[in-house]
Write a protein that binds this ligand. Structure first.
Ligand SMILES: [Zn+2]
Ligand SMILES: [Zn+2]
Length: 374
């Protein structure tokens, strides 16, 4: 059995429109979703209050209700609008048209500053060690001439003529419950209610100025291209005492023609003359810490992968380092002298099936797959 609408709003049956509106506003304020967030009981109560107001604020509906009660309304096809909303915030939005509901809270208020961003570029070798960068960037900060109040020093600050000092403007909005007054922040004074008579020369009355800021930023080892480092509170200044935004340092890792990066692992291609591959040799391999000698076995096959453990990159957050994979690119001569051709022909004549039967058999594709894994 639904409760009596007059009882819900706490008014008598003789209450006038103003009294009903006042009662509703009082209850709505009490049950405000910002105050009673996650309180299902408040939400339920507000639905009843909204329903009662929807009926009693409409003279025709109110008359029907007075004569025939809830049944009379239902049989007349009326449904409370509030019942179709899932969420109390939706009801408030429909009712008050969004924005600030009760006034008094909408004076702009402290606002967090915006985030700022800079870009830095690192070489792969710096990714190995981590690096420090001096960055310069522009941020808005409190104006140093007027100390943030927007007035030329020594000139008065006056009441805003647009909002008459209240910091708010009101407009009518249509909602499912009819016309309601919407309150929003004054666009002239930004909710402050006061504006400078003579705007500050530097900031033109805004109270903030753009300043260049310099910082030394530590980029951690192991960072990847496209990642960012956040420096809390180093962004743009907040307003009316709000906190500053953050500074984001976007990191670009310059490509290194010698290495391909796969997470913490590096891959490099090593050109090896076919004679070295066939005979075995000591060859020089590039690493991020300079060249390193490695031994090639006699009969090394194309696309063989030599793994140099721990010669890759460090993990961004963690221990140890990835590996360096060295892929052998066995080079076949493309131009031969007469003498070389003769030598190779003699070599070919002395070759038999055994010459090319490697232990690995035909595992070229396995090796390729291994090289580009991960
Ligand atoms: Zn104003
Ligand atoms: Zn200024």
């Amino acid at each position: 059995m639904p409760r009596d609408y007059y009882e819900v709003l706490g008014v008598g049956r003789e209450a006038g429109d103003d009294e009903i509106k006042k009662a509703f506003r009082g209850l709505a304020r009490e049950l405000h979703p910002d105050i009673n967030r996650h309180d299902p009981e408040a939400e339920e109560k507000f639905k009843h209050v909204a329903e009662a107001y929807e009926v009693l604020s409409d003279s025709e509906r109110r008359a029907t209700y007075d004569r025939y009660g809830h049944e009379g309304l239902r049989s007349g096809g009326w449904e409370p609008a509030g019942a179709s909303f899932n969420d109390i915030s939706d009801i408030f939005q429909a009712f008050f048209g969004g924005g600030d509901i009760f006034g008094g809270r909408g004076r702009g208020g402290p606002q967090r500053g915006r985030d700022a961003a800079v870009e830095v570029s690192l070489t792969l070798a710096e990714v190995l060690t981590g690096a420090s960068r001096d960055v310069e960037f522009e941020v808005t900060a409190r104006c140093s001439r007027c100390n943030g109040n927007g007035a030329e020093p020594g000139t008065p600050i006056e009441t805003c003529p647009r909002c008459e000092g209240t910091g708010q403007l009101q407009s009518m909005a249509r909602t499912v419950f009819g016309q309601v007054v919407r309150t929003h922040v004054c666009d002239r004074c930004g909710g402050d209610g006061r504006i400078p008579a003579t705007p500050c020369e530097v900031c033109r009355g805004s109270g903030v100025e753009t300043r260049s800021s310099a910082l030394s930023v530590d980029i951690p080892a192991g960072i990847e291209d496209g990642q960012r480092v956040r420096l809390g509170g180093k962004g743009h200044a907040g307003t009316l005492g709000g906190p500053a935004g953050d500074l984001y340092v976007l990191v670009e890792v310059e490509p290194d023609p010698r290495f391909e990066r796969h997470g913490d692992d590096l891959i490099t291609r090593l050109d090896v003359p076919f004679t070295d591959a066939a005979l075995g040799a000591a060859v020089s391999v590039p690493t991020l810490e300079g060249d390193e000698q490695i031994e090639l076995d006699a009969g090394s096959q194309p696309a063989t992968v030599k793994r140099l453990r721990g010669r890759g990159l460090p993990a961004l957050r963690g221990r140890g380092r990835g590996d360096l994979h060295v892929v052998l690119n066995v080079m076949i001569p493309s131009r031969l002298t007469d003498e070389q051709r003769e030598l190779l022909q003699r070599f070919a004549e002395s070759s038999n099936g055994d010459t090319y039967s490697s232990k690995g058999g035909d595992r070229l594709f396995d090796r390729l797959r291994q090289a580009f894994r991960g």
